[in-house]
Design a protein around this ligand. Sequence first.
Ligand code: SF4
Length: 192
Amino acid sequence: MTCHIKSGHNEQGMKQKSLLYHFLSVFSNGNMLSKILTHEACANCKECCVFSRYDTWEQPALNPENRQKAEKLIPESRFVSKGKESCIFRIREDYPEDLFLCPLLDSETGCLLGEEKPFECQIYPFQVMKIDNHIGLVLSPLCEIVMKKPFQFLLEFAREELAGKVFAYARQHPDIIRKYDGMSPVLVFMPE
Ligand code: SF4
């Protein structure tokens, strides 16, 4: 996500953020993480789908199918390329808030793409990052819910259930590979 909220937002931004927590009560985290992150847990999440307006490049990569659906759902959407085949939403220059809500977040139903949400959203707070010359599956420490779980459990889950699927996708869609953020623990390295 993919999705980061930085500290130090203004009061208006915080009110907006509180509203978002309500929206997240109906947010679906898809199937890939159902073992570690329930829909109820997402209801209290403080991260997904909201970005600092100064870090909108943190948005998940929308693949061509995601974009096509987004254009149908929100015809006024504008995009910026991200990598070879992907894009992210373009924020208007006169966007009035410090926090940028993903346009696909619906206040009633959560992500408008449902189970077909971008791959990065399906696996967050796990992310794929490039560390020097290696690709790793990392765990963003910004997800407070997942970070409360035993690290050994998360490590085994990442190794045994997630890494294979994620790396297979990343090989086909390298746009999801991010630059290492210097803080997320690396759980698994992609085999050469
Ligand atoms: S695409 Fe959906 S899950 Fe991903 S950030 Fe936007 S609203 Fe959230």
